[in-house]
Ligand binder design. Structure first.
Ligand code: G16
Ligand code: MG
Length: 216
C-alpha cells in the first residue's frame, strides 16, 4: 500500500515552462543566440545553471563562470517578474481536487522540484498547505535523473521510496523515481514517457482510486 505522493512542480502542478521560456528568450536575443520553443523543451526539469549552459551550447558560445552567474541571476529576475501575476487560476486542471481527495484518504504529499522558486510559487498558487514537505532546488545537489530530490521527499514524509508514487512530466524525473525505488506516473505524452508505470494527460477527471488500481 502506497502512503506518499511526490509531485514535480513545473509541468505537473503549474505550467511555469512558458515563463521560463520568455525569460530565457529575452536573454538569448540579447546574446544573439537563436532560441525556440522547441529548444525550451530541453530545459524542462533542468536546473537554472544547466539550462543556461544548454543555451550557450545552442549558440556555440563559451563564457566565464562569473558571467554565467550574472546571466542566470538576471534570468531569474525576469522570470520572477512574470510570476508576479501567478494565482490559483494557474493551477493545472484537476490538481487541487486530486490533492484534496488523496490527502482526505490519508496520503502524505511532498513536492520534489528542481526550482529554487518552488516555495514562492506554491505561495502564489495558495497550495503551500497542500504539501507536508517541499524539497526544491535549494535543498538538493544532484539533478534528476538522480533520485536525491524524491528520496529526500520520501524521507521528509517519514517514508521509504517504495511507499511513494511520483508524478512527473519529464523523462529524467521518471528515471529518478525508479532509481529511488518508487513507482512513477507520467503526466503528458505516452511516447515521451514510455518508461512510466502509468501515463495520464493531466489530473482532470483522474481519481486517486484510478491511480491506486493502475499502479498496484
Ligand atoms: C523547473 C523547470 C526548469 C527550471 C528548473 C529550475 O523544474 O522545469 O525548466 O530550469 O525548475 O528553476 P528555477 O530557475 O526556478 O530554480 P521542475 O523540477 O519543477 O520541473
Ligand atoms: Mg517538470
Amino acid at each position: 500500500m502506497h502512503k506518499g505522493l511526490l509531485f514535480d512542480l513545473d509541468g505537473v502542478i503549474v505550467d511555469t515552462a512558458r515563463y521560463h521560456y520568455l525569460a530565457w528568450k529575452e536573454l538569448a536575443q540579447e546574446l544573439g543566440i537563436p532560441f525556440t520553443r522547441e529548444d525550451n523543451e530541453r530545459l524542462k526539469g533542468v536546473s537554472r545553471n544547466r539550462s543556461f549552459e544548454i543555451i550557450l551550447e545552442i549558440g556555440n558560445r563559451q563564457m566565464e563562470e562569473a558571467q554565467k552567474e550574472y546571466y542566470c541571476t538576471r534570468k531569474n529576475g525576469i522570470y520572477l517578474e512574470y510570476l508576479q501575476t501567478l494565482s490559483e487560476k494557474d493551477i493545472l486542471p484537476g490538481v487541487q481536487e486530486f490533492l484534496e481527495a488523496a490527502r482526505a484518504k490519508g496520503y502524505r504529499t511532498a513536492l520534489g522540484s528542481a526550482s529554487k522558486n518552488a516555495v514562492f510559487i506554491l505561495e502564489k498558487l495558495k497550495l503551500s498547505e497542500s504539501f507536508d514537505a517541499v524539497i526544491d532546488g535549494n535543498k538538493v545537489s544532484k539533478a534528476k535523473p538522480d533520485p536525491e530530490v524524491f528520496l529526500n521527499g520520501a524521507a521528509a514524509l517519514g517514508l521509504a521510496g517504495c511507499d511513494c508514487i511520483v508524478f512527473e512530466d519529464a523523462a529524467a524525473g521518471i528515471k529518478a523515481a525508479h532509481a529511488g525505488g518508487m513507482r512513477a506516473v507520467g503526466i503528458g505524452k505516452p511516447e515521451i514517457l514510455s518508461e512510466a508505470d502509468y501515463v495520464i494527460r493531466g489530473f482532470e477527471k483522474i481519481t486517486i482510486e484510478e491511480i491506486e488500481q493502475e499502479i498496484m
